[in-house]
Design a protein around this ligand. Structure first.
Ligand code: SAH
Length: 224
């Protein structure tokens, strides 16, 4: 059951930020191989333009990453769709952890799917903006200013973990907070050699699948 979003009037209408713009983006995502109707519906519903600066709002429904300040980016819609699809493919998780809140858009997509979202961000300023967006849209998302490489022990284990910044290696603490049967999706690898990996905790072991090449901002230590 999808939670009801509080949409601003402008998000319902026409123009560069209206429903038609979102529908066109979703059509494009379909053409690019996104199949999960739940993900497509969530992305057709969520006003992505509210997650970026007003000066860039007219580009919100292009399939591209955009700057959100502090050297960070809101991920490309296709990447958000693909990661979300990969995360829920083996069943809809209940408790989800996202590392790297950024604009809050990815967390909002997960919450729109009806999941219990926990998200961690190391840059306080970005987190503050994301929290304001969650409030405006009426989304119930738990968030924390911390180094997400450590996960969020108090709420573990998670049925799904999504990392939206690229580390040189997988974080063992995150894997430790993954529930039995759960999936972890993360970009792993240094520089231009990043791969999107999906790890699943199954029958006492860990299975690993390579979902292809990706480019994410780096997963960094420390808070600011
Ligand atoms: N999911 C975001 C994508 C943001 S880009 C969105 O939908 O907009 C990745 C984010 O990860 C950045 O905001 C960056 O500050 C954050 N990040 C990088 N290293 C981190 C860490 N160790 N802990 C938490 N957040 C981190």
């Amino acid at each position: 059951m999808m939670p009801k979003l509080t949409l601003q009037p402008a998000a319902r209408g026409l123009g560069m930020t209206g429903q038609r713009a979102r529908d066109r983006l979703v059509q494009r995502l379909r053409e690019q191989g996104i199949r999960d109707e739940r993900v497509l519906l969530a992305m057709a519903t969520l006003p992505r333009h509210q997650f970026i600066d007003e000066a860039l709002a007219s580009r919100a429904y292009e399939d591209t990453a955009l700057p959100i300040g502090r050297g960070q980016t809101i991920s490309q819609p296709w990447v958000v769709a693909r990661m979300t699809e990969a995360l829920i493919e083996h069943g809809l998780p209940r408790q989800v952890l996202e590392v790297g809140t950024g604009s809050g858009y990815q967390a909002a997509v997960l919450a729109t799917l009806g999941l219990q979202v926990h998200t961690v961000e190391r840059i306080e300023e970005l987190l503050r903006d994301a929290r304001r967006r969650f409030r405006q849209l009426g989304l119930d998302i738990r968030s924390r200013h911390d180094d997400g490489r450590l996960g969020w022990a108090e709420h573990a284990p998670f049925d799904a973990i999504l990392v939206t910044a690229g580390g040189a290696a997988l974080e063992p603490a995150l894997l430790g907070q993954l529930a039995e049967g759960g999936s972890l999706v993360a970009p792993v690898g240094a520089g231009t050699g990043q791969r999107l990996l999906r790890l699943r905790r199954v029958e006492g072991g860990i299975s690993e699948q390579d979902l292809g090449a990706v480019v994410f901002v780096p997963l960094l230590a420390g808070l600011c």
